[in-house]
Design a protein around this ligand. Structure first.
Ligand code: PLP
Length: 447
């Protein structure tokens, strides 16, 4: 069917191709011409590798090559791919319903997931908002903070303080609290709200605590307290904004400053949640409870898009008593039953296994093996925390060329900017991890 005034598309362009392709060249030509990929130019400058299956810690390319996955599909696939337990959860849920609206209806998978999230997260976090992606979870967190202060009769408190080097997602509100330089705020001036930014925490995770590291942040919170609704940060490990690990004392100091000056603390654990840093949540390194917590990525073990924003009872009740009478948010696919069911299965699978041991082994092995990169002239720094390993280069990398070299070496690693990093599935065996770290050393030796 074609709309008046438009020309009908050829069957091929309208979807005649199916991607059980024997001939991938046509399909890839379509991909390059028509499909955006994340942070990538369109039109063939950055062709993508076709993947036809994923199993355990391996991605299977269309030409049959099998790559060891160092990315967990961006922090998410912590149990590896095609996991029988998670597959069973999806199939089981599919038998009763794939989706129903959450407005006026509720269902078992949402309740089961809600229970687990309330139990697992720090005590004051008791109210759960289930939404569709990490960025939306951050939008919801920001809206909660603003509506909270409206409910408290302090509507002027509507700005956020964020950290440089942070990453919180790609929607406009979430973007406003991302690092302003990395996030290209310039491109969106006047559209993205301007927030307050503290320097990247200078004191590293494993250095002796240096109290001066918090002083500028303290000054900003004090100065802006009347307009600040919340501080938002990635606790302990900053992810996509720079893969930087900072001192737990910094987080404790921010918590104390927020309490002293009447500012909420939002912890964005979308990347760090569910064990990635060696603790179930990164806040646990500091023994700190945020007022609002965002979860996503590994929440479903990488199976489906789902995120959650948790808040304290006081925040929820204040919002409910406020002028709007409710939280002003409600996505179409809120609490999607398939996603909730697989999240429940993923959490149970994680907690019933020995994830701490696995993450610690991965950490120790990456420390040992990535250390070999330190001697390379192009390398500035090597750092490891939990199942996150980072090699920072002195100069920005040619991402595309490096990815091609990694594929040749049989591994899947996607560097960005100055950084080459690994965040393998927790189930990765030592031998496979050695192939990954060896490939990094070999490829960076050529750089
Ligand atoms: C990935 C990420 C987000 C955004 O999540 P999406 O699901 O990509 O929208 C937000 N915050 C942090 C810390 C993240 O790592």
């Amino acid at each position: 069917m074609s709309l008046p005034g438009t020309t009908a598309k050829s069957p091929a362009r309208a979807g005649g191709l199916t991607c059980t392709q024997r001939d991938w060249s046509q399909a890839l030509a379509f991909d390059e011409t028509h499909l955006w990929h994340p942070y990538a130019p369109i039109g063939g400058a950055a062709p993508a590798w076709p993947v036809v299956a994923a199993e355990g810690v391996r991605l299977v390319l269309a030409d049959g090559r099998r790559l060891i996955d160092g990315m967990s599909s961006w922090w998410a696939a912590i149990h590896g791919y095609n996991h029988p337990v998670l597959n069973r959860a999806v199939r089981g849920q599919l038998r009763s319903m794939a989706h129903v609206m959450f407005g006026g209806l509720t269902h078992g998978p949402a309740i089961d997931l809600g229970r687990r999230l309330v139990d697992l997260t720090p005590a004051p976090l008791e109210k759960v908002f289930l939404c569709d992606s990490g960025s939306v979870a951050v939008e919801v967190a920001i809206k909660m903070a603003l509506q909270y202060w409206q409910g408290r009769g302090r509507p002027a408190k509507r700005r956020l303080l964020a950290l440089r080097g942070g990453y919180h997602g790609d929607t406009l509100g979430a973007m406003s609290v991302c690092d302003p330089v990395m996030g290209m705020h310039r491109s969106f001036a006047g559209v993205v709200p301007t927030q307050v930014f503290a320097p990247r925490p200078a004191c590293r995770f494993d250095e002796p605590w240096e109290p001066a590291a918090i002083s500028e942040c303290a000054r900003l919170i004090t100065t802006h307290q009347d307009e600040l609704a919340a501080v938002i940060l990635e606790p302990i490990a900053q992810g996509a904004g720079g893969m930087w690990f900072y001192h737990p004392e910094y987080l404790r100091a921010v918590r104390a400053l927020c309490d002293a000056h009447g500012v909420l603390l939002i912890a964005d654990e979308i990347a760090t949640g569910f064990g990635r840093t060696g603790r179930l949540f990164a806040c646990d390194h500091a023994g700190v409870a945020p007022d609002i917590l965002c979860l996503g990525k590994a929440l479903t073990g990488g199976y489906m898009t789902l995120a959650a924003t948790l808040a304290t009872t006081e925040i929820a009740e204040t919002i409910t008593r406020g002028e709007a009478g409710c939280l002003m948010h409600g996505p179409t696919f809120m609490a999607n039953p398939l996603a909730c069911a697989v999240a429940v299965a993923s959490i149970d699978l994680l907690l019933s296994g020995d994830w701490q041991v696995r993450v610690r082994r991965i950490e120790e092995q990456m420390r040992r093996e990535l250390d070999a990169c330190r001697g390379l002239p192009a390398v500035r720094d090597v750092r490891v925390l939990g199942a996150i390993g980072v090699v920072e280069m002195r100069a920005p990398l040619d991402t595309r060329r490096l990815m091609a070299r990694f594929v040749e070496a049989g591994v899947w690693v996607r560097p960005f900017g100055h950084l080459v990093y690994l965040m393998p599935p927790y189930v990765m065996r030592a031998r496979d991890l050695s192939v990954l770290t060896g490939a990094i050393k070999a490829v960076l030796s050529e750089a």
